[in-house]
Design a binder for this molecule. Sequence first.
Ligand code: HEC
Length: 162
Amino acid sequence: MSMNLKKNLCGAIIIILMVALTAVVLRFIVLGQTLPGSQADKRTAIIVTEAERTFMLGEMRAMLLGTQQILQASLNQDMPALIAAAELLGMKKTHHAPSGLMGKLPLGFKKLALGSHHAFDQIALDGKDFGDSEHSLEQLNEILGRCVACHAAYRLETANSN
Ligand code: HEC
């Protein structure tokens, strides 16, 4: 094989690998597994398995519960209860996600989800540092903005084959 041919072959292989890598990053990090919204329901559908849907909805109900607990604790001026409720919804929550689910979530969803978990951790941290439940409520209000934004943009759809 001539030097030139070898060089061209190497270049072609590198280009093919780059394209493949870009495709993987696009599919698993940016796009996820989704269907565009329709006229009737404009939300983007995220395609998950029945088990993943059950897991996600359980997490959602935990967030609703935690939100109520933070409000209740704030009304009671009970900072330890407020901190405990916020901690339960922090980043450590994300460690229990079923493997494979992350690759199905589009980037915008992941940003809102991780932002929310970070923000719950921040409520707990600031609660310990400042003990100011008014400040916690401001932070919770910001998180509720994320709940609203995500619910407006996405819904779940089940497909059992993957
Ligand atoms: C990153 C996106 C995202 C964020 C942030 C988010 N949700 Fe959700 N939530 C969803 C999706 C998607 C569904 C399913 C909607 C559908 O399929 O129609 C859902 C469903 C729910 C449900 C229904 C649960 C059930 O059993 O049917 C509740 C309750 C809920 N979310 C509460 C919350 C609360 C409270 C917050 C904020 C503290 C929140 N969510 C933040 C995406 C999100």
